[in-house]
Design a protein around this ligand. Structure first.
Ligand SMILES: *Cc1c(COP(=O)(O)O)cnc(C)c1O
Length: 398
């Protein structure tokens, strides 16, 4: 084994890691803006951004500067001590949300949802509510609490039974939700658009109906915005499209721009459900991760990236719609968060053909290709993909 040969990385990955991911097809060595380079020097336009994470693209000077400065100042404090970046981040998030609330900082999406689930269970315990509702095909994470909420049998069933009574309803069906949520229900977990299911938006009015159903029954409405928030849809938060305020909101992915950070926000009474000692995380509120998140939020603000996401997202969707290839059935999603829907289950082949052509996309479902570029991607960069797409689709069918 030649440990100095980067081309060998995939084989070494296969030997050293648990087989839960399989071996990823490309080893990335560096990035700049919306581009990344592999170990052989090939350049790719990054249209997946590390699963909707690298919001500012790669090696963004604002992120590099904030992280370098903070790591050289104070890298960690633990929750035994206050640090300024965590306070600034919590205040900043509440300011963007525009509703009174309290924040818990975590290190990942699944941890943010564990916090949300504990809030829901505490609410249920205090008010005699014994079960939770979530959506079929929803994705909330891989740790046991979040996994129990995840509505996909293939990733969930072999690790059950779970100690939490979770009842699943078809996503987007307001009547089914109303049936399922009684005065015994402690909370409802929903994504404002289902990400891992293939960027599937609900029908108009569904989120408002969910808010009304929870108001009528006293169940907490938890919105999992781990993938959908921080500008991804052209608003800071996807639920702002619907004009509702959840009781609990979870964030991660794009918030840290590549640094691990998650957040759980409780609004109104849900913000103060925990008493001292009820929850914690050694790394949560880490100053470096918090400084990264602040740099992401500042840059989105300063560079007008929300308007940019709306414009380039529309450009991408219009371009996909007008490609006119027999393998392309249509496009779903909002902003820079789209699925190219296929007429056949060839998403894996499309991902591979795109990669050979220098574009990174993600086969999120057998018939759906996810496109979630860095928020800084430009229309001309998107055009290079749109121009290459017919040949990519044709290659995928061969
Ligand atoms: C990615 C994701 C999660 C899990 O986040 P991790 O950081 O991988 O734990 C949870 N919910 C949604 C909607 C996600 O997209």
């Amino acid at each position: 084994m030649n440990t100095n040969d980067p081309a060998d990385l995939r084989a070494r990955h296969a030997a050293a890691f648990m087989p839960n991911y399989g071996v990823p097809p490309v080893a990335l060595v560096r990035g700049e803006g919306a581009y990344v380079w592999d170990e052989a020097g090939a350049r790719y336009l990054d249209l997946i951004a590390g699963i909707a994470v690298s919001s500012l693209g790669h090696a963004h000077p604002a992120l590099a500067e904030a992280v370098s400065r903070q790591v050289a100042t104070l890298a960690h404090s633990s929750n035994l001590f206050v640090n300024e970046p965590e306070v600034l981040l919590a205040e900043r998030l509440l300011g963007l949300l525009g509703a009174p609330g309290r924040v818990f900082l975590a290190n990942s999406g699944t941890e943010a949802n564990e916090c949300a689930l504990k809030l829901v269970l505490k609410h249920g315990g205090a008010t005699g509510r014994g079960y939770v509702v979530a959506a079929e095909n929803g994705f909330h994470g891989r740790t046991l609490g979040a996994l129990s909420l995840t509505g996909k049998a293939s990733i969930r069933d072999q690790f059950g039974p779970f100690p939490i009574d979770v009842r699943f309803v078809p996503y987007g069906d307001a009547d089914a939700l109303k049936q399922a949520v009684t005065g015994e229900c402690a909370g409802v977990f929903l994504e404002p658009t289902q990400g891992e299911a293939g960027v599937v938006p609900p029908p108009a009015g569904y989120m408002t109906a969910a808010r009304e159903i929870c108001d009528a029954t006293g169940a907490l409405l938890v919105l999992d915005e781990i993938q959908s928030a921080i500008g991804r849809t052209g608003h800071w938060f996807a639920h702002q499209h619907d004009g509702i305020v959840p009781d609990v909101l979870t964030l991660a992915k794009g918030l840290g721009g590549g640094l691990p950070v998650g957040a759980c926000v409780g609004f109104g009474p849900a913000g103060t459900l925990f008493a001292k000692g009820d929850h914690g995380s050694t790394f949560g509120g880490n100053p470096v991760a918090s400084a990264a998140a602040l740099a992401v939020l500042d840059t989105i603000d300063r560079d007008g990236l929300l308007a940019h996401v709306r414009a380039t997202g529309d450009h991408l969707a219009e371009g996909l719609t007008s490609v006119g290839h027999p393998l392309l059935a249509g496009v779903r999603g909002r902003g820079l968060w789209r699925a190219a829907v296929l007429t056949a289950p060839l998403a894996g082949q499309v991902q591979e053909a795109a990669q050979r052509a220098g574009f990174l996309v993600n086969a999120v479902q057998p018939d759906a290709v996810r496109i979630a570029p860095p928020l800084i991607v430009t229309a001309p960069q998107i055009d290079t993909f749109l121009q290459a797409l017919p040949a990519i689709l044709t290659e995928a069918t061969q």
